[in-house]
Write a protein that binds this ligand. Structure first.
Ligand SMILES: [Zn+2]
Length: 310
């Protein structure tokens, strides 16, 4: 039996699946925002744990994006990125420069939290169905001392593909999607967004930068800008089609020991949360989708902002 002590609780390995489970009783004691002032809004009601990093406004008087310790931290390597001082700010209506600021914050904190971590996870929960308890726009960066089963499997599949073909799996997937065309949501010189052939949720969309690179931490500012543009476009289309859905946004990037792997490529995954997993999904991990991925992509294409039409 394997139990590893962690700052905020324990990591336990399930013997049936060899997958890690986090046990963190301390997280339940925090009462989340229900009434009163937002703790992330600047001003008298502001109430955040210590700041770790910030992007200042040009005159230095305030901040554009900041990273603070997560109040309900799973470990001392768990931070919240507060994406804007404005409570009503949204990725879909932000400027490209503002989205680049957020991706820059992810990148800086991703690099900072690597020490001692097997992988650094970056994600954004929006809406209660996606696990978000605070409306102020924010994302999270977490350094995990163990490699998750999902990441280990993703690495193994990509590595195997590279062994057999000498090619990068994500690059082959993008080429196949572009050749097929039916599931492509949006593509330009910088990135391609598509609904995967076998998505995990309805309207799942993957955004893959055209410069394939294992490590998100090494992406250039230009690469972040094209990814930011594509992300904004996809989220705007999802918002229009699904009327402001709850979603999880996940960054896929190389685990700490694989940052120069020639078979990996960092990219973004948006997972709308439209339904609750039921028995079959819980029993088998097999998603049941009632909308064809091809139809999801077609609907998203009709809702693209005008300046992003293919
Ligand atoms: Zn706020």
């Amino acid at each position: 039996m394997s139990i590893r002590q962690w700052t905020g609780g324990e990591l336990r390995l399930a013997p049936w699946t060899n997958e890690w489970v986090i046990v963190a009783p301390a997280r339940a004691s925090g009462t989340r925002e229900t009434t009163g002032a937002c703790p992330f809004c600047p001003g008298p009601g502001e109430d955040t744990p210590p700041e770790r990093w910030r992007l200042s406004t040009p005159d230095g008087s305030g901040w554009r994006v900041r990273a603070v310790t997560n109040r309900y931290a799973l470990s001392d390597h768990h931070e919240v990125v507060i994406e804007s001082p404005q409570h009503g700010w949204d990725l879909t209506t932000a400027t490209t420069a503002e989205v680049v600021d957020v991706l820059t914050a992810w990148q800086v904190r991703h690099r900072a939290l690597r020490a001692g971590a097997a992988e650094v996870v970056v994600f954004r929960n929006r809406g209660e169905a996606a696990g978000s308890s605070l409306a102020h726009p924010h994302s999270q960066v977490l350094g995990l001392p163990v490699l998750s089963g999902v990441t280990a499997r993703n690495v193994a599949v990509a590595r195997d593909h590279h062994h057999r073909t000498g090619r990068r799996l994500v690059e082959d997937i993008v080429e196949a999607e572009l050749a097929h065309g039916e599931r492509v949501v949006h593509t330009d010189a910088g990135a391609t967004a598509f609904v995967p052939i076998a998505p995990a949720t309805e309207f799942e969309t993957r955004i893959v930068p055209s410069t394939y690179r294992a490590d998100f931490g090494a992406a250039t500012l230009d690469e972040l800008a094209t990814a930011a543009d594509s992300l904004r476009t996809v989220l705007a289309a999802l918002r229009a089609v699904l009327v402001d859905p709850a979603y999880n946004l996940v960054l896929h990037t190389a685990p700490t020991t694989w940052t120069s792997a020639p078979f990996l490529a960092w990219h973004l995954q948006v997972l709308p949360r439209l339904t609750t997993p039921a028995g079959l999904e819980v029993a088998t991990g097999i998603p049941v989708l009632t909308t064809r991925p091809e139809d999801c992509a077609a609907r998203l294409r009709t809702a693209l902002p005008v300046d992003a039409a293919r």
